[in-house]
Design a protein around this ligand. Structure first.
Ligand SMILES: Cc1cc2nc3c(=O)[nH]c(=O)nc-3n(C[C@H](O)[C@H](O)[C@H](O)COP(=O)(O)OP(=O)(O)OC[C@H]3O[C@@H](n4cnc5c(N)ncnc54)[C@H](O)[C@@H]3O)c2cc1C
Length: 338
């Protein structure tokens, strides 16, 4: 039986899903996106697009407005380490702005959109069906706690340490040309300029986050008006595989380490390209190796940093070490920026 409603049904219209849609349309595949929420979609996110991810988005015709940043700074009460990007600037972009830009481009490229929550999936050797749509392939782009993943029997475990993220916007002019990561004993707060008079502050920690952990930041933010808090977690999701028959996972659904090095969106966009190539070649299994290659630096460096910063004495040494060894710090930052 060959009558399909679409080549590709993508579950989840976040950055991973919409980048997959754009890659697929570029190769002439028909696409339906099933998203449960109405746009523009917001999410707990540090909102920093790394230079590599920004370039990938530009190649898909997506150029969202935001605030440029030129590197990463690690900050503690007495120390500051800075590393500039070698290959151009990154950009702080509000999630709602990014979503609107991606969705507009996907619409321009004739991507169909249905608003629904996918709960079940059926597949056979030739097709896969969900939300009443019969497709040749289905992509699970439905985030950290993916329903698609569960529905097709791919196991995921929440890894340790269990960390959570909460983000809030503050109405205050950006004060740095870097994304600043402020380190305290209990967590990290990273500050991303997203509009000329707006910064996002995302706190990552094991427990309930508190801005008071970062006295310098409290002083800097003063009594600035702020928006609501958005949170998610646990962040680390160890996923056993990314392909089950005609179903493939992309973005956070495919596995996630931690937000500390802030490149989930860039990775999702890169994975999307590899996934669509695998489908176009009718070789879905090849995506597994591509995913491992694309995420290798992120998995190794982010995991190493999260583990190294768990014991208190080592944690205290992170920012001074970055200041003392600027070349090593620059190397690490640029390994993740591309
Ligand atoms: C605190 C924090 C800070 C971060 N900071 C950064 C950063 O600075 N830079 C960066 O690049 N990344 C950052 N990340 C990571 C980034 O947010 C994610 O990697 C990125 O959002 C992944 O995109 P995605 O499309 O895979 O998933 P999501 O953005 O989660 O999108 C999934 C979509 O699927 C939809 N959906 C879910 N279930 C269903 C269903 N059953 N049916 C239909 N639709 C469904 C959801 O509504 C959602 O729209 C951060 C993450 C956190 C938690």
């Amino acid at each position: 039986m060959t009558n399909f409603d679409t080549d590709l049904l993508i579950v989840g219209g976040g950055p991973g899903g919409l980048a997959t849609a754009l890659h697929a349309r570029r190769l002439g595949l028909s696409v339906i996106v099933a998203e449960q929420r109405e746009g523009p979609i917001d999410k707990a996110c540090g909102e920093g697009l790394m230079p590599g991810g920004l370039a990938e988005l530009a190649s898909l015709g997506v150029d969202p407005v935001g605030m440029p940043f030129h590197g990463i700074a690690y900050v503690s009460e007495c120390h500051r380490a800075e590393a500039r990007f070698r290959g151009g600037a990154g950009r702080g972009v509000r999630r709602t702005t990014l979503h609107a830009a991606l969705a507009a481009r996907a619409k321009e490229q004739d991507t169909e959109w249905i608003q629904t929550r996918v709960t079940t999936i059926e597949q056979d050797a030739h097709s896969v069906t969900a939300a009443g749509v019969r497709a040749k392939w289905l992509v699970g782009a439905d985030g950290l706690h993916s329903t698609v993943r569960r529905a097709v029997g791919i196991t995921a475990t929440a890894g340790k340490p269990r960390r959570y993220g909460v983000r809030r916007h503050f109405k205050v002019p950006a004060w740095s040309e870097f994304v600043e990561v402020h380190w305290s004993r209990w967590g990290e707060a990273y500050v991303t300029p997203v509009e000329p008079d707006l910064v996002g502050v995302a706190i990552l920690s094991r427990g309930r986050p508190d801005l008071a952990w970062f006295p310098w930041l409290v002083r800097q933010l003063g009594t600035a008006e702020h928006g609501p808090a958005r949170g998610c977690g646990p962040l680390r999701q160890v996923v056993s595989r990314r392909v089950a028959g005609r179903v493939l996972l992309v973005g956070d659904a495919a596995g996630y380490e931690d937000a500390l090095t802030g490149e989930g969106i860039s990775l999702a966009v890169k994975q999307a390209g590899a996934l669509v190539n695998a489908i176009a070649d009718d070789a879905p299994a090849s995506y597994e190796a591509a995913w491992h290659r694309i995420t290798r630096n992120y998995r190794l460096l982010t995991r190493a940093l999260v583990l190294a910063s768990a014991p208190r004495p080592l944690r205290r040494a992170i920012v001074p070490a970055g200041q003392l060894l600027p070349s090593a710090f620059r190397l690490g930052v640029n390994a993740l920026a591309g």
